[in-house]
Design a binder for this molecule. Structure first.
Ligand code: IPD
Ligand code: CA
Ligand code: CA
Length: 254
């Protein structure tokens, strides 16, 4: 099943790589930072058709369009373009994120950045890979950690909380980055490019695939209150290489 999903996602990557005149087709959703293009919709349509061919009895939860009730044990959870703001600006840092979950737990995960041809994948209990090579988190402690942060562009009421946490964590880490594609943020921890990632109120399609890739690579993911994540719900996320997860105590009470 993982290989089949990978084939579908790589094909969908072509739609993103070949996109043109993107800036002429931007529609605002909830606010000026929250945008969608015809490519988000087209990639989701393609993924829906091809993934449901692999497992017709599964539900399908994707970011674009109306959400339907989840009633089946298996569910594809899909972000057709994660990092749409990067996509419309030609940053080359966006991805397709596909998880196949069973009873609310991700079993298969694929995150693909078509611009760099970097395909991250994981199978629960079997490991995580970048372009078929096994990946693992680093063993850096907090003082040597690179911190990746999200933002609050879609939820401005969380801004003060976000920057308070940001400051507290940055003061204990070596440096920080903001890349703008949450699924890849998890994968960057998984393959040892950074050690800590946090973001308030991520959606199921932002977390469902990346979190399995990170935990299969030896990392740790919880909600900000320390509880287990639920990939079918919005979650405020604290992710790490494991060693740095103690930093969660710094923000837990904030
Ligand atoms: C967004 C990106 C971004 C994160 C937002 C997400 P989208 O996804 O992952 O990095 O900060 O919270 O919603 O809207 O580009 O698919
Ligand atoms: Ca997203
Ligand atoms: Ca998206």
């Amino acid at each position: 099943m993982l290989d089949k999903i990978i084939r579908v996602v790589r094909d969908a990557g072509e739609l993103i790589r070949c996109a043109h005149d993107v800036e002429q087709d931007i529609t605002e959703k909830t606010n000026p930072a929250d945008v969608v293009t015809k490519y988000d919709v087209a990639v989701q349509k393609f993924l829906r058709r091809e993934l449901l061919r692999l497992l017709p009895e599964a539900d399908f939860l994707g970011e674009e369009g109306a959400q339907s009730q989840l009633t089946q044990p298996w569910c594809f959870i899909v972000d057709p373009i994660d990092g749409t703001a990067n996509f419309v600006r030609g940053m080359g840092h966006s991805n397709i994120s596909v998880a196949l979950a069973k009873n609310g737990q991700t079993e298969y995960a694929v995150v693909y950045n078509p611009y760099r041809d970097e395909l991250f994948s994981a199978r629960r209990g079997e490991g995580a890979w970048l372009n078929a090579k096994p990946i693992h988190v680093t063993d850096h402690d907090a003082a040597h950690a690179l911190l990746i942060c999200g933002s609050t562009a879609y939820d401005r009421e969380l801004t003060d909380r976000h920057f308070d946490m940001m400051k507290a964590l940055y003061n204990r880490c070596a440096d920080y980055r903001r890349f703008g594609a949450a699924a890849l943020d998890f994968c960057y921890l998984a393959c040892g490019r950074a050690e800590v990632f946090f973001e308030c109120r991520l959606r199921p399609w932002d977390i469902a695939a990346g979190t399995l890739i990170l935990t299969e690579a030896g990392g740790q993911v919880t909600q900000m209150d320390g509880s287990a994540i639920d990939v079918t719900q919005n979650c405020s996320i604290f992710a790490s290489n494991g060693i740095c997860h103690g930093l969660l105590d710094v923000i837990r009470e904030m």
